[in-house]
Design a protein around this ligand. Structure first.
Ligand code: FES
Length: 146
């Protein structure tokens, strides 16, 4: 792995952007990588169809947490439609390093979680569920890993 890129990833891992809680998010989902148990909770504040606020909590490997940090920067200010169209390739571009097949789930956990959050929001809007997800604060600590 290129040192420059690795530093960039480690910087996002150690000092993640948008790490924290939104008290009353419009969309929220807790995603997990079943292979390792690492978790990310994404919270979105949506105004007029735009992601006005975004925050995440979680813990896991450097790739999963850096990817969440980069992705939250990327989606802030974008329309919900634009965010819904983001692909795995977009997230890998943000990471900017080669991701081995074994680490793909780490890299894509954040995107998967955002997608689920938006889906759940759709369900909520349709009245399918009354549970808007009372914000349970995830363990804010990150673990050393990867
Ligand atoms: Fe668990 Fe990467 S998400 S090892």
């Amino acid at each position: 792995m290129d040192d420059l890129y690795r530093d960039y990833i480690l910087e996002h891992y150690r000092h993640p952007h948008n790490f924290g809680i939104i008290e009353a998010p419009d969309a929220r989902y807790e995603g997990a990588n079943p292979l390792c148990g690492d978790r990310i909770t994404m919270m979105l504040g949506i105004r007029d169809g735009v992601v006005a606020e975004v925050a995440f909590t979680g813990r896991g490997c450097a790739i999963s947490q850096a990817s969440a940090s980069l992705l939250t920067d990327e989606i802030k200010g974008k329309s919900v439609d634009e965010v819904a169209k983001l692909t795995a390739a977009d997230v890998l571009d943000l990471l900017g390093i080669e991701i081995s097949p074994a680490r793909l789930k780490c890299a894509l956990l954040s995107l998967d979680t955002v997608s689920h959050a938006l889906e759940e929001r759709g369900n909520l809007a349709a009245g399918a569920s009354a549970d808007a997800g009372a914000g349970t604060a995830m363990d804010a600590a990150t673990t050393a890993g990867a």
